[in-house]
Write a protein of this length. Structure first.
Length: 124
């Protein structure tokens, strides 16, 4: 087994947490636990060539739960430099996109560090 697949959770209070996608519960369960429900995913296309391809996972029922604290949408837009197809509500998890076999890719170390640094500096 190589490097663990790491993702970053961005909470509604603007804090970040690293998520291990290779944990004993499996990546789907880890994603569902991190966002607080059934997951949906969007793949913003970055205009920044220095950023790896990303997937943003969210609770697809967050709007129904009225989980409207801080929306991570403006931060994701700022960080990725890409438009999102809809506003995100509630916490999100950022991973790499999928590989040729459809498996979710972990974030590169530099991308993890960049997300964490930009989240700390962003004017929420």
């Amino acid at each position: 087994m190589g490097e663990p697949r790491i993702a970053v959770r961005i909470a509604t209070n603007a804090t970040t947490k690293r998520i291990d996608l290779d944990g004993s519960e499996g990546s789907l369960a880890a994603l569902q636990q991190a966002v607080g429900g059934y997951v949906g995913v969007t793949h913003p296309v970055s205009r920044r060539t220095s950023l790896q391809q990303l997937a943003v996972w969210f609770d697809e029922e967050a709007d129904l739960k009225k989980s409207r604290a801080v929306s991570p949408s403006p931060f994701i837009l700022h960080m990725v430099g890409a438009d999102l197809p809809f506003a995100l509500t509630g916490p999100v998890v950022v991973t790499g996109a999928t590989d040729s076999e459809g498996e979710t890719v972990g974030l590169e170390k530099a991308t993890v560090e960049r997300i964490e640094a930009e989240a700390r500096a962003y004017p929420w």
